[in-house]
Design a protein around this ligand. Sequence first.
Ligand SMILES: Cc1cc2nc3c(=O)[nH]c(=O)nc-3n(C[C@H](O)[C@H](O)[C@H](O)COP(=O)(O)OP(=O)(O)OC[C@H]3O[C@@H](n4cnc5c(N)ncnc54)[C@H](O)[C@@H]3O)c2cc1C
Length: 311
Amino acid sequence: MQCQPATVRGGDSGHNGQTEAGGARTRISLKDTGVQALQECLPTHLFDLCLATSLRPATRMVFTDAQLNPKFMKPIPPVDPGIGGFGINRLTLREILLADLGPRVHFGKKLTHYEPAGDGRVIAWFADGTSAVADLLVGADGTGSTVRAQLVPDAVIDEVAWAIYGRTPITEETLSWLPDLLADTFNLVIGEGDATFSVATCRTHESPTAAAHRLAPGLSITDIPDYLQWIVPLLDEQLRAAEPAALHRLATDTVATMHPAVRRVLDQADIEATFAVRITSARRVALWADPTVTLLGERLAVERDVLRGLP
Ligand SMILES: Cc1cc2nc3c(=O)[nH]c(=O)nc-3n(C[C@H](O)[C@H](O)[C@H](O)COP(=O)(O)OP(=O)(O)OC[C@H]3O[C@@H](n4cnc5c(N)ncnc54)[C@H](O)[C@@H]3O)c2cc1C
């Protein structure tokens, strides 16, 4: 794949993506196809920086009951971070992707619609009244895609479930009480009724600043302290738009009868970092005829793994 020069315009307020759903401070997993594309698009030193700052992979898949009695366990074969896939903090990936792009990225540009330019190209219009002409408009504008709404207006996005995401800082003390079953595993704790709990241990192989110093001197990159990312289902629909503290209280209630270590993860959470996530599933769409517009990313996302509470 050869990457062509492109201009990126996004609705985000800035470099750190604070308006992105859930903020830019959660993680994301890339599978082999995504990693291959990343490798082909990035200069070698920036791809190596992705690998160095990737998250340590889970070593086991573990399902337990509410008291952490294992019901199912399977080792996950160890893999070095590489083309097979890896997890990475979103902010780190974002900062690496933005490196060297300079003025080709414009923030704070909300797309309202597009129209044919009349010469085989396309004009994108933004909420501030400005526009841009291009050979190809790539709509990478997420679940609520404005581009998709115009290009394939019949597309259907089903709401599947809601979940509460939260984070708990990892300190040396945390690792002394966190049970092995929950540390560095791909886990699901199954409680009563619909109550479940999952926690991902998010620790980078190398700190972003140390890795950048070694591989990309001069690149400004943010250190993200290690953390636990936990997920419980959002079982009260009245609270979908609630503040972090109310969501955290609901999550705490949901795990109230679970093992003390599960409750402790929530007790030590960074409450303000708690947020609600709507989980959606896109139905397949018919191919479209317009060669000047395409879609990329979430408009086809199916996140049923998250629905089952797996991080
Ligand atoms: C909490 C959480 C945890 C997740 N965990 C994982 C995980 O571990 N692994 C995984 O693979 N996936 C995970 N996902 C799913 C993953 O985040 C998405 O699949 C992925 O972000 C989709 O990327 P995207 O570029 O399509 O959309 P997004 O990341 O949503 O990006 C869309 C961008 O378009 C911008 N935008 C929207 N509308 C406009 C407009 N009109 N004009 C201009 N810009 C606009 C937005 O500001 C945003 O920056 C998670 C999702 C969430 C919410």
